[in-house]
Design a protein. Structure first.
Length: 243
């Protein structure tokens, strides 16, 4: 049933501008590396330009969302503050670069890492660490589901991204640096991670509470998972092509 629905959706998607462009064939990767059905991967890639626009809109919203944190952060540290907006910018650029035949493996790796890491970290923190608190219901739900969608779209990248070791090293360097300055050794002032409501104690942010350590552990663990997934995808693809 789902396969038939997928074929119909993909037929409709070919009517979208750019939707009739060729899509790479799916390779028989293990389900933990390619969890999306083949038809859904194809559907996402056929809707590439609308997805690019949605991610650019999300990037703009994200920078607006971080406006108060920017105001309290030294300018030198600004590049490491808006983690999620940069992740959506990376995947928008990754998808566009692939479609325009301007392949950039390091960009694909950055997008893959960013969407999985921030897409999973944010719902975890909202549900387990922060809770809804005073956050409006619509914004709380939006933060959870929009970030979960980032994880889904990350698995479109394995359809066209090769994840060579150098590209994975670039992504690890960037997101490893992020973990370092977000939680352990800030560039200037306080740690630069997204402000956590659970760290608010007596009207001020207290980074010594358990919530800080929990968020840090989740971030580091997710970075490690991204390295494994990218390199495992690379290894499996080389193995399949050697057979």
């Amino acid at each position: 049933m789902f396969e038939r629905l997928g074929r119909r959706l993909n037929a409709l998607a070919t009517r979208v501008p750019g939707g009739d462009a060729p899509v790479p064939d799916a390779e028989p990767l293990p389900r933990y590396l390619a969890p999306l059905p083949d038809w859904l991967e194809e559907f996402g890639l056929r809707l590439l330009w609308p997805i690019v626009l949605v991610n650019l809109a999300g990037t703009a919203f994200g920078f607006w969302y971080y406006r108060f944190q920017f105001a309290g952060t030294p300018v030198v540290a600004w590049p490491v503050v808006p983690d999620s907006p940069l992740a959506t910018l990376f995947i928008a650029l990754s998808l566009a670069a692939w479609r325009l035949d301007a392949d950039r493996p390091w960009l694909h790796a950055l997008a893959f890492f960013g969407c999985i890491k921030l897409g999973a970290w944010t719902p975890f923190v909202q549900l387990v660490v922060n809770g809804q608190g005073a956050t409006p219901t619509w914004l709380y739900q939006f933060l959870i589901w929009s970030h979960a969608a980032m994880v889904v779209q990350a698995f479109l990248i394995q359809r066209y991204g090769e994840f060579p070791v150098r590209a994975v090293a670039v992504a690890l360097a960037w997101y490893g640096l992020n973990d370092l300055v977000d939680y352990f050794v800030p560039v200037a002032g306080d740690p630069h991670h997204t402000l956590l409501a659970a760290e608010l104690v007596d009207g001020r942010i207290d980074h010594s509470v358990a919530a800080h350590d929990t968020a840090a552990a989740a971030a580091v663990l997710l970075t490690m998972c991204c390295v494994f997934l990218a390199l495992a995808t690379r290894a499996w693809r080389l193995r399949l092509r050697a057979e």
